[in-house]
Design a protein around this ligand. Structure first.
Ligand SMILES: NC(=O)c1ccc[n+]([C@@H]2O[C@H](COP(=O)([O-])OP(=O)(O)OC[C@H]3O[C@@H](n4cnc5c(N)ncnc54)[C@H](O)[C@@H]3O)[C@@H](O)[C@H]2O)c1
Ligand SMILES: [Fe+2]
Length: 370
């Protein structure tokens, strides 16, 4: 028994950014985007059109923080006009910020109740979102959740609500052509992590799994080539397509243990999300030996090999991208790591994982984590 759901309309292709004009025709909207100069041309194009935005919000930093979103809510409050749509042009940080504003508008008390008082999010009739991703990694354009960080309290929250899917995702690989090497690798590995995490997952189903296998294969085949040829639009498109499949996979399962392990590593050691959530993938892969026949078969399809060899191939792949694979390189002390592992297996995402802690720990030793 299983069900599958994803309501986002996907428009995919080179130079498809122009589709935003017809999508927003006769609608009022604001733009949320990154502050860097390279993004200005997209908001400029809309500002000089016959239907300019009511406001352009550019104060979005990587890993959106509670305090930053409060500031944006102040700005939103000053608009004083009906906002039909939010156009989010950016990476996961922008799309997730757009979701927070769409959900809570100018109601700062709703955001605070959710982030600080641990109440269920009060989401009523959120503003519609059109997402134009500029990275290929989070697939936030295809999920109904957003990661909000509370750096002051050393916390990470997942705002999740079935009304928070974007209405449309306009995925234009040409927008991603200037992504630097580090960001290309870390976001590509985030997509790989979402895919694999959706396979060793209590919520996996045959449709999510076939998207996950397809996504993983595309990342493994294309990311090393793209790392050597960053301006290659065909490779960019392949990775963007991988990210679509990854989103269609994990939008139905959520993530699992590798993501739960990653959050304190990002918060306390400053490791980028895509690296933090992927450096354990070879270990988790090996820990799946003998755990679940169906998951094992699905993982074997990615590498066309048994799981022991698959985990070694995955390590080699990550090494070729210069990803740190042991605690020395990640700079996490062993005692701290042990605490992170204990907490991760108890956390919400950890409970999605169909494997177990003992197998994970022995696999970590075998794979040279220490
Ligand atoms: N909602 C979800 O389902 C989900 C899933 C995974 C991760 N996340 C969250 O998403 C955030 C990370 O998002 P991200 O990895 O997409 O990065 P990001 O949005 O944080 O962007 C990182 C940096 O890359 C720059 N950038 C973005 N696009 C670029 C481009 N085309 N060219 C050059 N520079 C560009 C940005 O200006 C920014 O400085 C984290 O907060 C993470 O926790 C959300
Ligand atoms: Fe992720």
């Amino acid at each position: 028994m299983w069900s599958y759901y994803n309501p986002v309309e996907i428009i995919f292709g080179e130079n498809k950014f122009k589709e935003v004009h017809s999508a927003l025709k006769n609608k009022s909207y604001i733009i949320i985007t990154h502050p860097e100069e390279i993004f200005k041309k997209y908001s400029d194009e809309l500002s000089s059109s016959s239907n300019p935005p009511l406001s352009i919000m550019t104060d979005v930093q990587p890993n959106p923080d509670y305090k930053d979103i409060l500031e944006l809510q102040n700005k939103f409050a000053s608009i004083n006009k009906t906002v039909d749509y939010i156009l989010a042009i950016g990476g996961g940080s922008v799309t997730d910020t757009a979701k927070a504003i769409a959900a809570f508008r100018d109601k700062q008390e709703y955001l605070t109740d959710f982030v600080r008082n641990k109440k269920n999010p009060k989401v009523e009739n959120p503003i519609k979102i059109i997402a134009v991703p500029t990275t290929s990694g989070t697939s936030s354009e295809l999920t109904c959740w957003a990661t909000i960080w509370d750096k002051e309290k050393n916390n990470k929250l997942s705002l999740a609500h079935k009304t928070l899917y974007a209405e449309k995702a306009i995925i234009d690989p040409s927008i991603m052509i200037d992504k630097p090497l580090g960001l290309t690798i870390s976001t590509g590995l985030d997509a790989l992590s979402h895919s694999m995490e959706s396979i060793w997952n209590v919520n996996a189903n045959p449709v999510s799994a076939s998207h996950a296998i397809q996504a993983s294969k595309l990342v493994l085949e294309n990311l090393p080539l793209l790392a050597k040829d960053l301006k290659n639009i065909e490779l960019r498109a392949n990775i963007a397509r991988a990210c679509v499949h990854a989103g269609l996979a994990f939008s139905n399962t959520k993530t699992a243990i590798a993501h739960n392990l990653s959050y304190p590593i990002t918060l306390n050691y400053g490791i980028q999300h895509g690296i933090a959530c992927s450096f354990t993938l070879p270990i988790v892969t090996r820990s799946m030996i003998g755990i679940d026949k169906i998951a094992e078969e699905r993982l074997q399809l990615i590498f066309n090999d048994n799981l022991e060899n698959s985990s070694l191939k995955l390590s080699e792949f990550m090494r070729s991208l210069e990803v740190p694979l042991n605690l020395n390189e990640i700079k996490v002390p062993v005692q701290e790591w042990n605490n992170i592992v204990d907490d991760a297996f108890l956390g919400e995402r950890g409970k999605n994982f169909i494997g177990n802690k003992d197998a994970f720990i022995s696999s970590a030793k075998l794979m040279g984590l220490f």
